[in-house]
Structures are given as C-alpha cells and as structure tokens.
Design a protein around this ligand. Structure first.
Ligand SMILES: Cc1cc2nc3c(=O)[nH]c(=O)nc-3n(C[C@H](O)[C@H](O)[C@H](O)COP(=O)(O)OP(=O)(O)OC[C@H]3O[C@@H](n4cnc5c(N)ncnc54)[C@H](O)[C@@H]3O)c2cc1C
Ligand SMILES: NC(=O)c1ccc[n+]([C@@H]2O[C@H](COP(=O)([O-])OP(=O)(O)OC[C@H]3O[C@@H](n4cnc5c(N)ncnc54)[C@H](OP(=O)(O)O)[C@@H]3O)[C@@H](O)[C@H]2O)c1
Length: 389
C-alpha cells in the first residue's frame, strides 16, 4: 500500500491515498439476516477529492493482525526482519510484519507461491505433494481456492522460505472498490458506503474478507486512518434530468442507486425514477428500506418493485419482477429511459440481461437477434449501464 500521507498540494489518488476517518459504522441488515451488511460514513474533508454519483471509493485494507502473527510463528520469524519492495523504480524497506499486514496478499495463494514452497521444501513427502499440485491445473486451482498462506505452511511443514523470498512470492494486497451510496450535493465530503461483510469457512477454518472486516472490525471510528481514493466510473446519471431511469440493484447492488436518488432530488430532476430491489427477507434485508419507502411515498420514486426471495416457498428475484412488469418496462425504455444494473455479476446481472432481452423481444415484437442488437445499441448509447462485480 502506498503511504497514506501525501503533502497537501499533492492530489490524492490511487498512488497517494487520502487517510480518511470512518465516522459512522452501523449494521443495517436486521436480526435474523444471513448477511451482515453495514453502512459506513467516511470523512473526506480536507482531501480535495471530488466524486460524482456512480463513482466508487477505493479502500486500502490491512490484513488481520492475528493471521499475520500466525504466519510469523509458522515461519519462525520475529516480524522485525527487513524486506524490500520496488515501487516505481524506488526501493522501499520495511519490517516483515508491516509487509504482511499492509503490502502482501496473504489470503489468496497463487501458483507462484506454491512453486516457491517447492523450491525450499526439504521433506520428500512435501515435495511430492507440491509437485502433484503443480502438474495438475484443475486440482491446483480447487486446492488453492480453499486455502490461504497459513494453510500451506501447516500442510507443508518443511517448506519455509526466507522472509524476502516469501514477500516476493506473494501477490500484492490490492485496494477494494465500493460503490458510493451518497450524493455530494447532499453529503459533501462525507461519503457513504454499503458493505456486505465477507465471512465464510473453507478447509475447516474461519475466513475473513480482508477489506470488509477491516472496515467493520479493525478500524476505530474517528481514529484509525483508512487510505482511500476515488475511482471514477462511466456508470452515472443521464445529463438530461428529464430522462427516466430504471435502477436494478439487489443486495449491496442498491448502493449507487441511493446516491442516484439523492442526486436526482437535489437537482430537482423531472425524469421518473423506478427501483427494483431484491433481498432475502423483507424483515431483515430491506437495505435502506425506510428511505426507499419514504421516497416512494413522496413520489421521488415513481415505482418501487421488491423481490424478497425467501419470504415465500418459491424464490422471487428482481428479474422475475421485471418480467411481471414487461409492458411498463418496455414503455419506459421506448420512451428513452436509462437502465442501470448493479451488484452480483456472476448470476444476477446475467439473468437480468436475459430478462431485458426477452422483454424487448416480446413487447417490441422483435426476433431474439433484433432484441439483442437493440440492447447492444442501448449499451453503446450509455442508456444501458452496468456496474457489476
Ligand atoms: C466496482 C465495484 C463496486 C463494488 N461495490 C461494492 C459495494 O458497494 N458493497 C460491497 O459490499 N462490495 C462491493 N464491491 C465488492 C468489494 O470490492 C469487495 O470485493 C468485497 O467487499 C470483498 O472484499 P474483502 O476484501 O472483504 O474480501 P476478500 O478478502 O477479497 O475475499 C473475497 C473472496 O473470498 C472468497 N469467498 C467469499 N465468499 C466465499 C465463500 N462463501 N466460500 C468460499 N470463498 C468465498 C472469494 O474468492 C472472494 O473473491 C464492489 C466491487 C467492485 C469491483
Ligand atoms: N452484492 C454482490 O453483488 C455480491 C457479489 C458476490 C458475492 N456477494 C456476497 O453475498 C453476500 C451478500 O451480498 P448482497 O447483500 O449483495 O446480496 P445477497 O443477499 O446475497 O443477495 C440479494 C438478493 O439477490 C438474490 N439472488 C441470488 N441469486 C440471484 C440471481 N441469480 N438473480 C437475481 N437475484 C439473485 C438473493 O436471493 P437468495 O440468496 O435467496 O438466492 C437475494 O434475495 C456477501 O457475503 C457478499 O460478499 C455479493
């Protein structure tokens, strides 16, 4: 991670992140939810950072200190050993502990790391097992997916690289991006984020998403500096405030749409706003539910369609709600509406894309190819935008 304190006149960016403070950190998923979703407010005052709705905030996390101590113990290192990195032609030295905390990806082992362990392994059994993994791409990727660096140290006890080789063999700890959930017109330099905290178990160990748990648990509000930068995006509102918008954002995918709505209200945009939101249960997963219901009440949201997947025996998703409203969705699109999708890339965005194609084909009386071509045109014209991850 680059040093988070640059002189005042330097513009803060990805290479010179601003040391922001978290001033609010609260759980917004209710009791009984299978997710832990948090609302954060970060104070960017004094940074000079500018953002527009649709942009993301980049956050440089640090790894879990307990995990770093486990790694140091397995390595038989004190943590004080000096290691070096090259950055933009400059050599930076730091203690091994600091490197493992803030510079190295210790939770995502790679083939390169496995190859390094093979080089230094001394026990025949370790060498044989690593060789087998190096030779079989599928077995290796299945194996690595379930493991972190600490697992490899446990499973190959004779493979102990020198501190410098280890940090050279590890990937870089990258910043994570988060859709900004607030409008600068309303909240100025206080940036809001909506974050699903990642926790899961693999290989019989509890795992912690590096950045989401960093912000949720390891940052002391108002005290710990959180290195951030603005990641500009082409995902954004139409310049024409009279244009209608359709927003499709289940789960944390709704974050930028909260910002869109704040912005449209502040700009007194006359275009209509339609939100499709989805979550598992209305009672605990209706993220920013009160705000969206109030916006519907005042008419800021012309339409609000909700898909709570687990409130009835059959799952209902946002794409099902879109299909139910096919005629109206088509009328909005034909009338020039912009369509936005945000959230899960793997399943949701694909299913929504398919639903949109079907709606266009059926309602516009087109062939599947013509509908796909129209959607492509909408994409080119920035009238169909996706921010999916
Ligand atoms: C443009 C953009 C905008 C984004 N906006 C948001 C947002 O508004 N809110 C938000 O919460 N996130 C958002 N994300 C995702 C965010 O950037 C991070 O990827 C997310 O917070 C996880 O980061 P982490 O460091 O906590 O977890 P990591 O340490 O990166 O761990 C995540 C990895 O853990 C593994 N994993 C996760 N769950 C499991 C499981 N059950 N079983 C096995 N392996 C698993 C997967 O390999 C996954 O990639 C956005 C991403 C992008 C690219
Ligand atoms: N937000 C994302 O885009 C994203 C991406 C990758 C991983 N995750 C992980 O998921 C957890 C919570 O994330 P979240 O709050 O964003 O949302 P979430 O609660 O996981 O999902 C929101 C809603 O989307 C539904 N859904 C599941 N599959 C879908 C599909 N194919 N098409 C449409 N909707 C679908 C879910 O239903 P069911 O669960 O009932 O099926 C739920 O009702 C976190 O651990 C996060 O890391 C999220």
């Amino acid at each position: 991670m680059p040093a988070p304190s640059a002189p005042k006149e330097v513009a803060y960016d990805k290479n010179h992140p601003f040391p922001a403070k978290i001033v609010e950190n609260r759980i917004v998923s209710g009791p009984g939810s299978r997710n832990e979703t948090r609302h954060f407010v970060l104070d960017l005052r004094g940074s000079g950072l500018r953002y527009t709705v649709g942009d993301s905030l980049g956050v440089y996390p640090t790894n879990h200190p307990m995990l770093v101590e486990e790694i140091l113990a397995a390595l038989g290192a004190t943590g004080e050993e000096t290691v070096r990195f090259e950055r933009s032609g400059e050599v930076v030295s730091m203690p091994l502990r600091e490197a493992l905390l803030s510079r190295c990806a210790i939770t995502q082992p790679t083939r390169r790391l496995l190859a390094l362990l093979r080089e230094v392994a001394t026990a025949a059994d370790d060498c044989e097992r690593i060789d087998a993994l190096l030779a079989d791409e599928k077995a290796r990727s299945d194996y690595l997916e379930q493991r972190e660096l600490i697992d490899l140290f446990e499973e190959f006890p004779s493979a102990r690289p020198e501190p410098q080789s280890l940090v050279d063999g590890l990937g870089r700890l990258n910043p994570r991006l988060y859709s900004i959930a607030s409008s600068p017109l309303v909240h100025g330099a206080f940036v809001h984020l909506l974050v699903a905290v990642v926790r899961y178990e693999t290989n019989n160990r509890n795992r912690f998403g590096v950045c989401s748990t960093f912000k949720a648990e390891r940052v002391e509000s108002g005290v710990t500096p959180v290195p951030v930068f603005v990641a500009p995006s082409r995902f954004g509102l139409p310049e024409n405030d009279a244009a209608d918008i359709i927003m499709i954002g289940p789960g944390t995918g709704v974050a930028p749409f909260r910002a869109f709505l704040q912005e449209r209200e502040a700009r007194r945009a006359t275009g209509r706003n339609w939100l499709f939101f989805g979550g598992q249960r209305r009672s605990c997963d209706f993220l920013y539910g009160d705000e969206f219901l109030a916006a519907h009440e005042t008419g800021l949201l012309t339409r609000l369609d909700l898909a709570f997947s687990r409130d009835q025996p059959r799952k209902v998703y946002v794409q099902d709600r879109l299909r139910e409203q096919a005629g109206e969705v088509w009328r909005w699109i034909r009338g020039g509406a912009y369509v936005y999708v945000c959230g899960d890339a793997k399943h949701m965005a694909r299913a929504v894309d398919e639903a949109l194609r079907d709606i266009i084909a059926e309602q516009g009386e087109m062939s599947a190819d013509e509908a796909a071509a129209l959607l492509q045109t909408l994409r080119r014209e920035r009238r169909y935008q996706r921010d999916v991850y």
